[in-house]
Structures are given as C-alpha cells and as structure tokens.
Write a protein that binds this ligand. Structure first.
Ligand code: XBP
Ligand code: MG
Length: 261
C-alpha cells in the first residue's frame, strides 16, 4: 500500500516568489538611505550576503565582513532591529504595489492542493508580516487560511540551515516527515528541510542555480504551467517524462518512489 502524502511544506523567499533581488534587497537599501547610512547592497553583493538567512543576521554579517569601518553604536542589537523594522515596512510596501508576483506554477499548485484537500504549511526565515503581505497581495486576503501553519522568522531560535523551522511546523501540524514534502529554492533551505528528514523538491533562481542540491528528489527551473513546461535539472527522468508541470499527481508519485530521508 503506497504511503499517501499528507502535507506540502513551502519555503517562501525564492520558492513562492522571486523576492530577494528586487524585493528584500531594494527594501534594505531604502531602509539604509532613510537612516542616513551610505550602505548600498548591489545585486552582486547581496548574492554574497544571502549565505546568511534572516535580515537582522544578514546585516550583522555585512558589518563583520564587508563594512568593518562602520562604527557600530553600543546598542547594536537595537540599531539592527530598528533598521529591520524599517526594511520590513519598505518591503511590505513594495509587495502592496504588486511589484513581486508569484513564480510560475505556484498559484496553480496551491489552488489544486486546496481543492483536493491536501494540507499545507509554510516554513520560512522571513517575518510573518512579509508572508502575510505576499499572500494577501498575490492570492487575496483569505489565502493565509490556506496554510494550517505559517512558521516564520524568529519563532524558532535557529534559522535555516538549522532544521528548527521545519520541525516546528510539523510539530504544530502533528505530522511526521515521511508524511510531508518540502519545497525550497536554496542550499540553506534544503539543508534545513533535509535536516528535518524531509524529502525536498527544488525550484532554482538566479541566486541559487549553482547551489548543491544533490539531496533533492527533484530540481526544476520552476514549477511550470501546462503551456509553459518546467525544465528538469535533476531527478528521476522516468517519473517526470511527458510531464509539463509540478502538480499533485507528480508530487505524490515522487513521494511514493522515494524513501524518507
Ligand atoms: C529567506 C531569508 C529571509 C529574507 C529576508 O527566507 O533568508 O531572511 O532574505 O527576510 P526563506 P527578513 O527562503 O526561508 O523564505 O529580512 O524578514 O529576514
Ligand atoms: Mg528560500
């Protein structure tokens, strides 16, 4: 008897939407300018800073590795937290302008899962406010309720690549890893999901296409649409043969053909 999948667990940034380059990065720069700082994170520099998850942690990493001359205020944590509050305000404003759409196939898969009663959760490093803003802007205000759990940001002590956020989400949903499938976009993300024993499907983006996804059960350029088929970058060609997009049937077949991590 094939084990049936119970839930899909989604990362947000880079997976549901391509939020980093034109969203978070722009919001950080707006917050820096508003604070009178001459910090400017270029597309290239931001790619280097993405090794650290979490905006607050990323700013500290930037100071420690790329701006050692900055004289940090004594209450550095308060300073960083204030910058992050400003950045989040700018980011949610960018989302409200409809500047960041969902990636190909994401809305289609979420709606199919919802219609077929497949449970869904979110496991992300970003803040709950950012998740709410993205979901309401792209899928409507009720879309938050499509997800039983929105595990986000500081709800856990250790951010990705630690397993914490996925373990927290599964605990709240009362699920075991073998009953779930994770969807990620980055090396930090898959390290986190695999550390939580989750089988993981990857959709890459410009910042992550060179990452190590050897532990993924499938790597795609995106989730695809019937008229815009995905490209399979890694995975069981037999299972994905003649399939144009990531749907529940394909996810279930991948789950049935792969052993728990
Ligand atoms: C991506 C992250 C986040 C964002 C910035 O999260 O690492 O830190 O880059 O958002 P995920 P914050 O891929 O897990 O969705 O500034 O709110 O952290
Ligand atoms: Mg991500």
């Amino acid at each position: 008897m094939q084990k049936t999948l119970q839930a899909l667990l989604f990362d947000v940034d880079g997976t549901l939407a391509d939020t980093e380059r034109d969203g978070h990065r722009v919001a950080f720069n707006l917050a820096f300018a508003e604070a009178g700082l001459d910090w400017n994170w270029s597309i290239e520099l931001y790619g280097k800073l993405l090794v650290v998850t979490g905006g607050k942690e990323r700013m500290k990493y930037y100071l420690e590795h790329f701006n050692t001359h900055f004289i940090c205020p004594t209450d550095i944590d308060d300073f960083i937290a204030e910058l992050h509050r400003s950045k989040t305000m700018h980011y949610t404003a960018l989302l409200a302008e409809g500047r960041i759409p969902l990636r190909p196939g994401v809305e289609r898969l979420l709606r199919e899962a919802r219609e077929k009663g497949m449970r869904m959760g979110i496991a992300t490093t970003t803040t709950p406010a950012n998740v709410q803003a993205l979901l309401s802007q792209t899928l409507g205000v009720d879309s938050e309720s499509w997800f039983e759990v929105i595990a986000a940001g500081d709800v856990v002590p250790a951010k990705k690549p630690a397993a914490d956020i996925y373990l927290w989400a599964m605990d709240k949903m009362g699920l075991r890893a073998e009953q779930c499938m994770a969807f990620e976009d980055s090396e930090n993300g898959i390290k986190s999901s695999v550390a939580a024993n989750l089988r993981t499907i990857i959709t890459v983006n410009d910042y992550t296409c060179e990452h190590d996804f050897s532990s993924a059960i499938l790597v795609l350029d995106n989730m695809g649409e019937p008229e815009q088929p995905f490209t399979v970058l890694q995975g069981d060609q037999e299972i994905v043969n003649h399939v144009a997009c990531l749907d529940l049937d394909l996810i279930q077949r991948l789950a049935n053909s792969s052993s728990p991590v």
